[in-house]
Design a protein around this ligand. Structure first.
Ligand SMILES: NC(=O)c1ccc[n+]([C@@H]2O[C@H](COP(=O)([O-])OP(=O)(O)OC[C@H]3O[C@@H](n4cnc5c(N)ncnc54)[C@H](O)[C@@H]3O)[C@@H](O)[C@H]2O)c1
Length: 462
């Protein structure tokens, strides 16, 4: 295809964890569309154009390499991108506000607003503008006001198309989604824009999986979907605390509960708590929304999900402390896994950050290892001295008093734990924050084993 024969030109503003992979999938599935991804970060764009992509996601690299330079382009020229686009996805970051009104709860929409202003300033023709970022319900109203402010200009039709992919399984999630959600205004131009977007997804998504709603339902559904997912993790984590006290086993309880088809087995695995850039932020955003509308009890209900998640991480640290005779001064602990989940290098809001900082407060020395997240972990822990980073888990464990497994990377199941044990100080503790390892085997090797939602297993005489 040449410039003039592409059916439509798509632009995505924001080349992050969402913008990069989603546009890569669209470009792969729709060779008749030209897809350009722009970002204000020169470094990010440089890496998208290199062999060393800025994010790790299984299956991403080969898909980028297949279409980059053909119908997928990465650029810092935001203005040119806007000028030539028919359809603009906005996938900029929408973090929690860290200042002023709504601090710690509301979404910080400054990047969204700057983007809308830039589109209004540069665009000379009508465009469809799609909210891909997760934003508060009714944010489209604000976008609409900004885009249509001032004298007569081009017409912008706003759609909501929240992204449901999960990092680590992002490519599969996008290539065979449970659903694609498109919210639009119930007007002829709104419906026409919605149909344009449906045409894109129909290249690979069965039509019955493409749900269309009004704009506000679509915006709210994304927040609610994340709140429900996080709530499920918190529910099982709360029960893990009860298991640790009663000698019930969280794995057995989760299995028994999840076999009920009304409950289902997914997202019932206890661990050190949820992380990632979305769950906490989106729940807090929902809490703020509830409070804004005077629905304080509902806000409190959801806020408690976040509080219990903090409690779960805190409990894990206290268990380490207690197992190591209530002092970590001068002791070395290996951290196995820093990413917030396996198959990603993303460490945003990772439980590892909170847990490591708490352990350092107790004056432990940490050696952190992770197959893909060391680069980000170094940035997260840059203010701390007593931390070293090791690519090799065997080196990370050498001379330590304990290993804390915080991310369930598959490769950790394949390690030689006898070798690890032999290189450690004794008693050697293993804290399995994801119930990922074979605890019987570890115990037989000689480890004292502490797993979430399971009784302590140590070799001390009772
Ligand atoms: N990460 C996920 O798994 C995920 C999943 C679903 C939805 N979301 C939502 O998608 C949105 C983006 O998330 P992300 O993880 O990709 O964030 P990110 O921080 O990785 O990427 C956002 C990018 O936008 C760029 N940007 C900011 N302002 C800009 C501007 N004015 N012009 C051009 N570029 C600009 C930033 O430089 C950054 O590279 C958020 O709203 C998030 O809640 C994320």
């Amino acid at each position: 295809m040449t410039e003039t024969t592409f059916k439509k030109k798509i632009l995505c503003i924001g080349a992050g964890y969402v913008g990069g992979p989603t546009m890569t999938v669209i470009a792969n599935k729709c060779p008749d569309y030209k897809v350009t991804v722009v970002d204000i970060s020169e470094e990010r764009i440089r890496r998208w154009n290199s062999d060393n992509l800025p994010i790790f996601e299984p299956g991403l690299e080969e898909r980028v390499f297949k279409v980059r330079g053909k119908n997928l382009f990465f650029s810092t020229d935001v203005e040119r991108g806007i000028e030539e686009a028919d359809i603009i996805f906005v996938a900029v970051n929408t973090p929690t506000k860290t200042f002023g009104e709504g601090m710690g709860r509301a979404a910080d929409l400054q990047f969204m607003e700057k983007t809308a202003r830039k589109i209004r300033e540069v665009a000379k023709s009508d465009k469809i503008v799609i909210e891909k970022s997760t934003i508060p319900v009714r944010a489209a109203e604000t976008l609409e006001k900004i885009l249509h402010a001032g004298e007569d200009g081009p017409h912008f039709e706003i759609l909501s198309n929240p992204e449901f992919m999960a990092e680590g399984t992002g490519i599969g999630d996008m290539e065979s989604p449970d659903r694609v959600l498109i919210g639009s205004m119930d007007t002829p131009s709104g419906q026409a824009a919605r149909d344009e977007l449906i045409k894109i997804y129909e290249h690979w998504v069965p039509r019955d999986r493409i749900i269309t709603t009004n704009l506000w339902s679509s915006e709210l559904s994304k927040l609610v979907a994340n709140a429900f997912l996080a709530q499920r993790i918190t529910s099982i984590n709360s029960i893990s605390a009860v298991c640790e006290m009663t000698e019930a086993d969280i794995g057995q309880v989760a299995d028994a509960v999840g076999r009920d088809s009304r409950v289902g087995p997914k997202f019932l695995k206890a661990g050190v708590g949820f992380g990632g850039s979305c769950f906490r932020k989106d729940i807090l955003n929902l809490v703020y929304l509830c409070e804004h509308y005077g629905l304080n009890e509902i806000g409190q209900f959801w806020h408690y999900v976040v509080k219990l998640n903090d409690f779960q991480m805190d409990r894990f640290v206290k268990r380490i402390l207690s197992a190591m005779f209530n002092t970590l001064v001068g002791k070395k602990i290996a951290i196995f896994g820093f990413a917030f989940k396996p198959d990603t290098g993303d460490t945003r809001d990772a439980p590892a950050i909170f847990i490591c900082k708490q352990l350092l407060e107790e004056r432990a020395h940490l050696s952190i290892t992770d197959p893909h997240a060391i680069e980000n972990a170094k940035i997260d822990m840059e203010d701390y001295n007593d931390v070293t980073f090791e690519e090799d888990p065997y080196k990370a464990a050498e001379g330590t008093h304990g290993i804390a497994l915080l991310t369930e990377w598959k490769e950790y199941q394949e390690l030689d734990f006898q070798r690890l044990y032999d290189s450690m100080e004794k008693p050697a503790c293993l804290f399995d924050g994801r119930n990922h390892l074979d605890h019987d085997k570890l115990f037989d090797i000689g480890f004292n084993v502490y797993a979430v939602g399971k009784p302590d297993r140590d070799h001390f005489k009772k």
